[in-house]
Design a protein around this ligand. Structure first.
Ligand code: G3P
Ligand code: CA
Length: 272
């Protein structure tokens, strides 16, 4: 069994506003091997890190820009989006936090943890794969792109395949589903990981994914009992809002394994 990765969903998003720099820093402090973020494109073509297609839930856009017909990320410029407060909705301690650009996140994470980068709704942002390539390249994230540093995923599997053909050196993941068995087998030659909702995971699915030489990272699990069940099924990582909790669960499993192996060794020694 390889190392089971701690993957912080939107950063340490149980303890800091999702997809912000404090959530990302905290995720690293809490032992994340990877930080998962969501990427969208602004009206003027900049890549920003935000989950929803619209700005209302996680910013004060309604206060700053009342009366707009729509509040889509894709309908606002970077300057407008940067003027928003993306922290107060979560708590006063985070007042004034900004929606980060992808560039900022790459700089904040470099050399500290891997990045699981989800491209949201790529179908509504034609050319976003090439934009992504430019930003990753300018930030030196494409050099020796090993699987431990960067994985690009999307629920749009056609996009994932296109992205793979554009940048075959970057590991890619199929998010959601899971794909039917034949599609999993077909992805074996080009995908790095299959990332389904945790309730869809079975030991059989894990075996099938492993049979294709891929890894399986289920989302989003904050319950320690479910974390343990998934670990027992053989998953390779867990996507969680609580990376510190998952790190604790993994340390507990490792301790139990060690004690159990120690006992076995003592029994075999006594019977010699
Ligand atoms: O990485 C898995 C997860 O992020 C998918 O769901 O909606 O949180 O982006 P969502
Ligand atoms: Ca996501």
């Amino acid at each position: 069994m390889g190392k089971i990765h701690v993957i912080a969903h939107r950063g340490a998003s149980a303890d800091a506003p999702e997809n912000t720099l404090p959530a990302i820093d905290l995720a690293v402090d809490h032992g994340a091997d990877f930080v998962e973020i969501d990427v969208r494109r602004t009206l003027d073509g900049e890549l920003v890190v935000i989950h929803d297609s619209t700005l209302q839930r996680t910013t004060d856009v309604l206060r700053l820009y009342p009366g707009r017909a729509r509040y889509d990320v894709a309908g606002f410029t970077l300057a407008e989006i940067r003027s928003l407060d993306a922290g107060s909705w979560f708590g006063p301690a985070f007042a004034g936090e900004r929606v980060p650009t992808l560039r900022e996140v790459l700089a904040a994470l470099a050399g500290r943890a891997g990045l699981l980068l989800e491209v949201k709704d790529p179908g509504s942002a034609p050319g976003i794969a090439a934009d992504l390539r430019s930003v990753l390249d300018a930030a030196d994230w494409l050099e020796d792109a090993p699987a431990g540093r960067l994985v690009v995923q999307s629920a749009d599997w056609t996009f994932v395949k296109e992205f793979h053909f554009l940048l075959p050196e970057v590991p890619v993941g199929l998010l959601g589903g899971p794909p039917p068995p034949q599609e999993i087998d077909g992805a074996a030659g080009w995908a790095y990981c299959i990332n389904p909702k945790n309730t869809k995971v079975t030991a059989g699915l894990v075996r099938r994914v492993h049979g294709g030489g891929m890894v399986l990272w289920p989302y989003t699990v904050d319950n320690p009992r479910r974390m343990r069940e998934l670990i027992a099924m053989g998953v390779d990582g867990v996507i969680t809002n609580r990376p510190a909790l998952l790190a604790e669960v993994l340390a507990g499993s490792a301790r139990r394994r060690f004690t159990w192996l120690g006992r076995l060794w003592q029994i075999s020694k006594a019977s010699r």
